[in-house]
Write a protein that binds this ligand. Structure first.
Ligand SMILES: Cc1cc2nc3c(=O)[nH]c(=O)nc-3n(C[C@H](O)[C@H](O)[C@H](O)COP(=O)(O)O)c2cc1C
Length: 210
């Protein structure tokens, strides 16, 4: 077992798949975790989103030049994780380094000392995140080739109950700053989710609640 592997933390709880879309509905930057043949990897992705409620689906752009792409294509699986503000520097690091450029035998978990725990699939779940969606690839060869776009069906979902419980994110203003989610702009800058608010629709409005 890797020195960086830890038991699943107590505060990490399963999320009903019908509510998995909520883990990404607010548009966070995510990490794509992958694994094949005993090789683990992690990259950042700003271009991802939920795609369907039931069965829960997500999509993410994974460039052809990445090692992640090779591992995802070989395994047919990927995991999206929602990193925290306290993990922004590491998010940038795994997004600006390709595992193909690391010394022989190193992966990004060892290079950046990133703790992880096991999920239901082979890809490691990076610890300093608040939500994890373990997906199997729904093969769409044209989209993958033409647009680098991968669609995944969410098979298992997890969240940190200190931050997401009973199907809802807790208001970010009630959280310690380091647990807020992050949203990439460019050039090493992020927005942090610091405040939520609720409103009522302007009348008349006849759409169902969403
Ligand atoms: C904040 C951030 C967001 C990124 N978003 C994406 C993305 O949505 N899709 C993508 O293919 N690459 C994206 N990248 C670039 C990959 O993370 C980068 O190419 C990474 O080094 C690939 O690692 P790998 O070759 O080890 O898989 C992003 C980088 C950063 C820093």
């Amino acid at each position: 077992m890797s020195a960086l592997q830890m038991p699943r933390p107590e505060h990490v709880k399963p999320v009903e798949l019908a509510q998995a879309y909520r883990l990404m509905n607010h548009g966070p930057t995510v990490l794509v975790s992958s694994s094949h043949g005993g090789r683990h990897n992690l990259m950042a992705a700003a271009w991802s989103m939920p795609l369907d409620f039931t069965p829960a689906k997500v999509c993410v752009v994974i460039d052809k030049a990445t090692l992640t792409r090779k591992l995802v294509e070989a395994s047919g699986e990927f995991t999206l994780a929602v990193p925290t503000r306290g993990f922004a520097a590491q998010t940038l690091a795994v997004g600006r380094t390709s595992a193909t450029d690391l010394a022989e035998g190193m992966d990004k978990f060892s290079q950046y000392q990133l703790s992880w725990f096991a999920g239901a699939q082979a890809a490691p779940l990076p610890q300093a995140c608040t939500a994890w969606l373990e997906c199997s690839v729904i093969p769409e060869p044209h989209n993958q080739q033409a647009y680098d776009l991968f669609i995944g069906e969410v098979k298992h979902a997890w969240a940190d109950e200190r931050v997401f419980s009973t199907g809802h994110w807790h208001p970010p203003q009630d959280l310690p700053q380091h647990l807020q989610s992050i949203h990439y702009i460019a050039g090493g800058s992020f927005f942090a989710a610091t405040e939520s608010f609720s409103t009522e629709p302007q009348a008349p409005c006849i759409s169902p609640v969403l």
